[in-house]
Design a protein around this ligand. Structure first.
Ligand code: SF4
Ligand code: SF4
Ligand code: MG
Length: 990
């Protein structure tokens, strides 16, 4: 082995020599850059070297003598070569590692450099040459930036006689004080060269902004001699989050591997961002601001927040506006703004001569959309021409000079821009939300010091409510006269943004103007008032709610009981209506008939406003679980979409009820999530057992202290099979805790001699475990069918009372749509580009073979009451349960507003079966399997045609598509026959 390792550097050298002959670019295992007599040297690897080099070159031009050693061969590290690369004049070295190895003597590269110098310095540079002092530092931790100012801070630090070792840079460590102070005004981006453009573009996930910017880079990179760079800051939220593209174009090589600090161009593709982000921070004087605005130029000027207007005036910016949403819509492009904003960007940025740019965009439209057909190409070309026509300069100097009366006419425009700043909205909330979450939401989280963050990683729940993303163009508006109060809209809303309540009439006396309500129709609420309200600032405008509304105006069939209407004019009034709605009382949980959607959906959701995609098919199931099982939920969430929208800092959609109690949620890996939840169950069972044992041990003492025996037996034998039983048990536990606490405060329990204090304190700690908890293992098909399958199978094979919820999108949706074993035969996905050739794994059938596992397969869009029934049965079953929940997804290539109809089609074609397998039925002598699906009554072909993931194969490989469709039909027929036979058997089917 040794001789192979030792040979690596020489092989590398030969390869690098070959590479340099081919490309003209010369690299070495250890590359030193800088003056030959440098005294201070930075040593690092990777992309940080570019920023270090750029900064050191600037410093050296100003008379410094500092160098950079780039380490390209980390393993095997060749100490002699590394030391040979360092100038003999080196007196101080900072080794920068982009990692932190807590507990180690230093980070890996630092340790190597220290060892190399100790072993080789004198051998290489002579015994008379004093070895340099070496300190280690960390940079880029937690995805922090590494900027020129940070490089300068390290350089200055090396000048100290006693520099701090093991420092961090880029983090404000005000707890252990291991970070270097960084003067953000020092350093900075290199001065602009003539013809250089630095652009920051703000977009919304899935609006096409990032794709357009990539295309722009390609056009400029391929068609000009300019150097180009693109970096895209996207968060792990699903579509609908902020994306920030950083684009650099220029005549000289670009070494800046950090975000643009001083843009020459800022483009904002979403009007709602002007209300919550300081878009123009750092823009250079005379820069350009391009804004997608729903208003004309003068109204836009009147609506812009003060901070933006001030920056525009101070920096004397050139401003352009376009109503890009309208242009895209009129061209038939829907919400995708990429072509429109790309055209505008080229028109105003000056990167390319305008006509040359337009010619290139036209040709790139043909290349990009040619495969999608002529109509798509034509729509994009039309959008391009319209964009150039409708792009307007905003002459703010002229507008500022107008008489006041004339200007105020603008501000009386549509109930427009009246959106308080985030800081204003956060004023009444807890300090943590204001001081920590607020800056993060405003993209200033990097400035928070270490002390701002909880050291144990716990985070307040229910913080998604503070985001107020305002991303919907249109939101549902309720027509009380038409509504039949079925609450189907409430059930399907992926974001819990439309909710119903029923309350006594007097609860509405202080209702704000325009607060819509109607007499409750359900006889269970006779004499009460029903209201349906929308959180318009949290709604994503997906229209899923409208698509399921069954109530129609007979005289005007297009009018439903909810209809989409423009959001902005509604925003202000809706805000106070929503606040009023939230404070209305909840109907007590034990008074609701959970089998009726109209009543069940009055339960408060404890999962709201998540960052899931608009129209998401997964989140309605999670919201339902949060309603049904409320604060008793414990969720082990596998990594995937549900972990991202479920716990994406700084906000979390899991929230607490009025009593401050809510579900407990934690995320674990794909491969061990089932075991993670199983561990939760075992721990809870252990705590409950401890509580029961202590109750028994203390029984006589507790009775002697006046605690009624009925309370103790009630605690032990409580029937917690329904909400009423659970509420009673909660009361008992509350009473017990109170009595125990009282007792501890008085003798004789507090008398150490009695020996009771310790067991009583222990009982107080575990008493809550006497209330039934509901443990759920949650994840997608990638978890349950593939990577976590072994663990899930292991847990199902136990007799533990856990519930597994599989949000089956039939694809790895979170990572871009890779095929999983749940992907159906014939569907195109990543790694199944020619259509998946094998059938979907039948996870439900496999679980049923155990006999003791409750299994249900549901599709909310096909039968919503069936879904509720399955959730209730699974939870009440005292052993392992598995629910497979069909979840439509953007990866299916469908109109998400029709997601529930697609679910219905999947069921009606037999592609997805509805069933419940309940082992309790077998114990009663019945067949445990109930097939709840009707016989297929629509064709599989129709169901497959309806989704792009199947359809695309028909376009690209029609023969293969036909063959796979036939194979899928065979699989479907066989599966239907099997389930029908199993369901028709007697109880012996168990
Ligand atoms: Fe919910 Fe979508 Fe309806 Fe908005 S439009 S209330 S997000 S279902
Ligand atoms: Fe009313 Fe339509 Fe909602 Fe049903 S779905 S509650 S009818 S608005
Ligand atoms: Mg999935």
């Amino acid at each position: 082995m040794n001789r192979f390792v030792e040979a690596v550097p020489w092989h590398l050298d030969a390869v690098l020599e070959q590479f340099s002959q081919l490309t003209g670019r010369r690299y070495a295992a250890y590359d030193y850059q800088g003056p030959a007599d440098a005294e201070r040297v930075l040593v690092l690897m990777g992309s940080g070297c570019e920023t270090a080099q750029e900064t050191l070159e600037q410093c050296n031009r100003q008379g410094e003598r500092a160098g950079l050693l780039r380490v390209r061969l980390f393993r095997p590290l060749v100490a002699r070569l590394l030391v040979q690369a360092l100038p003999a004049s080196t007196r101080a070295i900072a080794v920068l590692d982009p990692c932190k190895d807590p507990g180690a003597a230093g980070e890996p590269l630092y340790l190597d450099v220290v060892t190399a110098i100790a072993e080789q310095w004198h051998a290489v540079h002579g015994v008379g040459c004093p070895p340099p002092r070496v300190v280690g530092g960390r940079f880029g931790l937690g995805s922090k930036e590494f900027t020129p100012a940070m490089v300068m801070a390290v350089l200055e630090h090396l000048q100290l006689s006693e520099p701090l070792n093991h420092f961090s840079v880029g983090i404000g460590d005000d707890v252990t004080h291991h970070s270097l102070p960084v003067d953000v005004t020092a350093g900075g981006e290199p001065a602009l060269a003539p013809g250089e453009v630095r652009a920051i573009v703000y977009g919304l996930g899935s609006d096409g902004t990032v794709g357009a910017n990539k295309a722009t880079i390609k056009i400029i990179g391929e068609d000009t001699d300019l150097f180009v760079q693109g970096y895209f800051v996207i968060d792990s939220k699903k579509s609908g989050s902020v994306t920030v593209s950083h684009l650099r174009f220029g005549p000289r090589p670009i070494r800046s591997t950090y975000l643009i600090q001083h843009p020459t161009v800022v483009a904002c593709h979403q009007w709602s961002f002007v209300e919550r982000l300081d878009l123009l921070e750092g823009i250079v004087p005379g820069g350009v601001f391009l804004l997608n605005s729903p208003f004309d130029a003068s109204e836009t000027w009147a609506c812009l927040p003060d901070v933006l207007c001030r920056r525009i005036r101070e920096q004397e910016l050139r401003v352009f506006v376009i109503h890009a949403d309208r242009v895209a819509r009129e061209a038939g492009l829907g919400p995708r703004l990429n072509t429109v904003m790309q055209a505008c960007f080229f028109a105003i940025s000056g990167v390319l001569p305008r006509e040359q740019a337009l010619t290139r965009i036209r040709s790139s439209i043909h290349t990009r959309y040619g495969a999608k057909g002529e109509a798509v190409v034509a729509r994009n070309l039309a959008a391009l021409e319209a964009s150039i026509e409708q792009l307007m300069p905003l002459d703010w100097r002229l507008l500022d000079a107008r008489p006041i009366a004339e200007a105020s006419a603008d501000t009386a425009g549509p109930a427009r821009c009246a959106s308080p700043s985030l800081a204003g909205r956060l004023a009444p909330v807890p300090s943590f939300v204001r001081e920590v979450i607020g800056p993060m939401l405003e993209r200033r989280g990097d400035q928070l010091p270490v002390s701002a963050l909880p050291c144990d990683g716990t985070w307040p729940v229910g913080t998604a409510q503070w985001e107020k993303r305002n991303i919907a163009d249109a939101v549902p508006v309720w027509e009380p006269d038409l509504c039949v109060q079925c609450n189907k809209c409430v059930m399907v809303c992926p974001h819990a943004a439309i909710r119903a309540k029923v309350a006594a009439p007097q609860a509405f006396t202080a209702a704000p103007v325009g607060f819509a309500l109607a007499p409750a129709r359900d006889p269970a609420f006779a004499g009460q008032v029903f209201t349906l309200q929308v959180a318009v600032e949290d709604c994503t405008g997906c229209a899923l709610c409208v698509a399921v509304c069954p109530a129609r105006d007979r005289t005007r069939p297009a009018r439903l009981a909810i209809n989409m209407a423009p959001q902005r004019p509604l925003r202000q009034q809706a805000r106070s209506q929503w606040d009023f709605f939230l404070q209305l009382p909840e109907v007590p949980r034990d008074r609701l008939n959970l089998r009726k959607i109209g009543q069940q959906q009055l339960q408060q959701p404890l999962f709201e406003f998540s960052g899931a995609c608009a129209g998401c098919g997964e989140t309605p199931y999670l919201k339902l679980a949060s309603q049904l099982f409320g604060d008793r939920l414990l969720i082990a969430n596998a990594t995937g979409c549900s972990s991202i929208y479920g716990g994406n800092l700084p906000t979390t959609p899991w929230c607490a009820n009025r009593d401050g109690r809510g579900p407990a949620w934690s995320n674990s890996l794909f491969e061990d999530n089932a075991e993670f939840g199983y561990g939760m169950r075992i721990a809870l069972d252990q705590r409950r057992q401890m509580a029961l044992t202590l109750l028994q041990q203390l029984a006589s003492s507790l009775s002697a202290a006046g605690i009624p025996a009925a309370l103790l037996s009630g605690l032990r034998d409580a029937d917690q099979s329904d909400e009423a039983g659970i509420a009673e048990q909660r009361e008992r536990v509350g009473l017990l805790r109170q009595r125990l606490a009282d007792w501890l405060r008085s003798a004789p329990a507090s008398d150490p001699q009695s020996g009771l204090e310790e067991p009583i304190r222990s009982l107080l700690q575990v008493a809550d475990a006497l209330v039934k908890t509901s443990v759920w293992l949650v994840g997608g098909d990638g978890w349950a069918y593939d990577i976590g399958f072994g663990g899930l199978d292991h847990v199902l094979a136990s007799t533990s009372d856990v519930n597994a919820l599989v949000l089956d999108t039939e694809v790895y949706a979170n990572t871009g749509g890779q095929a999983s074993k749940a992907t159906p035969l014939g569907a195109v996905a990543k790694f199944a580009a020619a259509g998946k050739a094998s059938a979907k794994k039948d996870l439900g059938l496999m679980a049923m073979t155990y006999g003791h596992v409750y299994v249900a397969s549901v599709a909310m869009g096909a039968r919503d009451e069936h879904t509720i029934r399955a959730f209730l049965e699974a939870e009440s079953y005292p052993g392992p349960s598995l629910i497979l929940a069909y979840s439509h997804c953007i990866a299916h290539g469908i109109d998400m507003a029709q997601g529930m109809a697609h679910q219905q089609l999947a069921v009606e074609s037999g592609r997805w079966l509805l069933y419940r397998y309940d082992p309790r039925r077998a114990e009663r002598g019945d067949n445990p399997l109930q097939l709840d699906s009707p016989a297929p009554r629509r064709s599989l072909d129709e169901a497959m045609q309806a989704e792009q993931r199947f359809r695309s194969l028909r376009d690209s490989q029609p023969e293969r598509a036909r063959a796979l469709t036939s194979a899928a039909q065979v699989v479907l027929d066989r599966r239907w026959a099997l389930f029908r036979t199993l369901a028709a058997c007697g109880a012996s089917a168990r």
